[in-house]
Design a protein around this ligand. Structure first.
Ligand code: NI
Length: 259
């Protein structure tokens, strides 16, 4: 796409259930939205690889999600590498990271798999799309220690403004999604309002976290515009400005999107 309006940096559009996937993708295309689809398991990387090849304006990340760390084997990095080499629409490593919310029984394994994938992204010179839930300190600590040259994005950022500032000091980008539109999301609104715009990115994480006014129904990539509109309101500016600035940021991280 020559002139994207918004880049949705994290959408599981391949996982929609209540919505027709083709029409959800068309809705996004009609609004000049580019969508990037992460993978989550060692098997899912193959599915995302073939899924994104079927549609224009869809790109992907390969990576193993922390809760799925047990699916990661010695073979996984080889698989990821051959997918990246054969599919130019794979533009990052994700979603990877740490999640201490659901299950704390294999934290050490989560860390080990996170570090392996950071080192792999460094070798491949690709950005990182990071899931971090109830694990802010360890995530930042590992990135500081192990990440040499990959741009990192904290997807669905759930930390405080202070933590956001600490991340930005390390060059880490902050991606915000539907949560920012929720009435009670004080922290997310504060982050949206105050971080330097140069470090802001947009996403939906659909089918989850549907923004207002569609909360309660299934999310989809095109709803990223409600996220942009809410951030515009909070920053007292226009949606076009937020769209243009966040697109500029995303194109800097993912130069392949502009060709
Ligand atoms: Ni996700």
């Amino acid at each position: 796409m020559n002139n994207p309006y918004i880049i949705n940096t994290h959408s599981h559009v391949n996982m929609l259930k209540d919505t027709n996937i083709d029409s959800a993708i068309k809705n996004a295309q009609n609004s000049r939205i580019i969508t990037i689809v992460p993978s989550s398991t060692a098997q899912d990387i193959f599915e995302v690889d073939s899924f994104i090849q079927k549609y224009n304006d869809l790109y992907g990340y390969v990576g193993v999600f922390p809760e799925e760390a047990k699916t990661f084997t010695d073979k996984t990095l080889n698989d990821m590498e051959s997918i990246i080499r054969s599919n130019h629409k794979i533009i990052g490593i994700g979603e990877i990271g740490l999640d201490y919310y659901w299950d704390k029984s294999f934290i050490e394994l989560q860390k080990e798999i996170f570090i392996k994938q950071i080192q792999f992204a460094n070798q491949m010179n690709l950005p990182l799309n990071i899931h971090c839930r109830d694990a802010h300190f360890d995530t930042l600590d590992i990135l500081k220690k192990y990440n040499k040259n990959s741009t990192a994005i904290l997807h669905c950022f759930s930390g405080s403004l202070d933590f956001a500032k600490e991340c930005i000091k390390e060059g880490i980008y902050i991606a915000l999604g539907g949560v920012v539109t929720f009435k009670n999301a004080k922290k997310a609104k504060e982050v949206a309002q105050n971080i330097p715009i140069e470090y802001l990115l947009l996403e939906t994480d659909d089918p989850y976290l549907t923004p207002v006014p569609y909360r309660g129904t299934e999310n989809q990539p095109a709803y990223v515009s409600y996220v942009a509109q809410e951030i515009a309101n909070l920053r007292n500016t226009t949606i076009d400005f937020i769209a243009a600035e966040t697109t500029k940021n995303a194109l800097k991280i993912f130069p392949k999107l502009s060709c």
